[in-house]
Write a protein that binds this ligand. Structure first.
Ligand SMILES: NC(=O)C1=CN([C@@H]2O[C@H](COP(=O)(O)OP(=O)(O)OC[C@H]3O[C@@H](n4cnc5c(N)ncnc54)[C@H](O)[C@@H]3O)[C@@H](O)[C@H]2O)[C@@H](O)CC1
Ligand SMILES: Nc1ncnc2c1ncn2[C@@H]1O[C@H](COP(=O)(O)OP(=O)(O)OP(=O)(O)O)[C@@H](O)[C@H]1O
Length: 326
């Protein structure tokens, strides 16, 4: 069955509430998609990058993540991303946000370290001393589109290009890229996580890897979110990976933030795992299936009333079931 037809049928099943088993069975038959053996291989590699919980580990060794986002309108998005990174297993999360968002985000969770710097005219100066300690940055959740903030983020991305800090670009950071894609082109190890609309704004109807590579260069991975998440890997394998559809038809806000936070932790681990040759691919796959499983599980309990917080609550259980070492 061609992928477009599969998606349409799967979409119908989701909309009609007959959720995931039949869709996953169809995905296994989908010749354009990911075979069971590729799925199994990626799952095994995802499990292999998860660090063992040893008593001699120091705080921070299992991941120090930065979330760059949070504005007067959007305080939930950086919280969702940050807390998801922690719930997957990162040790420390720093949120770099606008002054107006800082107290609000702190009040959601004492587990997040919050820096009110993003709209400061010395933002880079204030962030710089933290950046080198971080393994991965998620840039964009709840960032907003204020000119001064976007200018600071552009400076941050230039800094990351020089210092080699790995970045995940999501939400409003993708809007920034529509204004100036050179900020991300060939940015080594960067991962872009556009939803359907963001993908169209960035790349139009471009779906072929060769055409995409013309735009992004050879060092950037794209995870296009949708019913079936697509991982465009131009860095090593030169393939598109279709993650099997899953989850429910409930599309509450914040699921992309959960995904980007989870992705940051998996990416940090995969980068740190000497055996893993394609950290971005493995991390994208892991974050994608985790998010879809969390959605499915939360939907089972909360149905139409499912919120992003309900999905985040499911992370430990889903992680233990699919990724934990025993
Ligand atoms: N609680 C919060 O603070 C949240 C804040 N958010 C933030 O809100 C800001 C704006 O994000 P938006 O996503 O609204 O971006 P945009 O303002 O660019 O709007 C994109 C539009 O596309 C629509 N869309 C999304 N997926 C689609 C699909 N598959 N097909 C058709 N239409 C689709 C959305 O409904 C939205 O109207 C970002 O900073 C984001 O991080 C979101 O993450 C949601 C939660
Ligand atoms: N039609 C769909 N059916 C099932 N799952 C979907 C569908 N669209 C997106 N998803 C899943 O939801 C997750 C987030 O994607 P989504 O498109 O909602 O991101 P987003 O718009 O960036 O989210 P946010 O609300 O955080 O900004 C992804 O894991 C994706 O697989």
């Amino acid at each position: 069955m061609p992928f477009a037809v599969l998606s349409k049928r799967a979409g119908f099943l989701l909309a009609s509430g007959r959720v995931s088993r039949s869709i996953q069975a169809m995905a296994r038959r989908n010749s354009a998609g990911m075979s069971d053996s590729v799925y199994g291989d990626l799952l095994e590699r995802a499990r292999a990058v998860v660090p063992r919980l040893e008593t001699n580990l120091h705080k921070g060794q299992a991941g120090r993540i930065g979330i760059v986002g949070g504005s007067v309108e959007y305080t939930g998005a950086p919280y969702f991303a940050g807390i998801s990174a922690l719930r997957v297993g990162a040790d420390l999360v720093h949120v770099f946000c606008c002054q107006s968002a800082a107290m609000v985000i702190k009040s959601y969770s004492p587990d997040l370290i919050v820096h009110p710097v993003l709209d400061d005219h010395c933002a880079m100066e204030k962030m710089e001393k933290w950046l080198d300690r971080l393994h991965v940055l998620v840039v964009g959740p709840g960032l907003g589109r204020e000119h001064a903030v976007l200018e600071n983020v552009a400076a941050l991305l230039k800094h990351c290009r020089h210092s080699g800090i790995k970045v995940i670009l999501d939400a409003d950071a993708l809007h920034l890229l529509t204004l100036d894609f050179s900020l991300a082109r060939d940015l080594s190890g960067a991962i872009l996580t556009p939803n359907a609309v963001e993908y169209r704004r960035l790349f139009g109807e471009t779906k072929s890897l060769n055409d995409l590579r013309e735009i992004i260069g050879k060092e950037v991975t794209v995870l296009e979110k949708g019913l079936s998440d697509k991982i465009y890997d131009v860095t090593l394998t030169n393939q598109v990976y279709y993650v099997p559809p899953g989850g429910s038809a409930r599309r509450c806000g914040g699921q992309g933030d959960l995904l980007s936070g989870a992705l940051a932790t998996f990416y940090c681990w995969a980068l740190n795992c000497k055996q893993e040759t394609n950290p971005a691919l493995v991390a994208c796959f892991a974050a994608s299936i985790l998010t879809k499983h969390c959605n499915e599980e939360a939907f089972r309990e909360k149905g139409r009333g499912t919120l992003c917080c309900d999905m985040i609550e499911q992370i430990p259980k889903i992680f233990r079931k699919h990724f934990e070492h025993f």
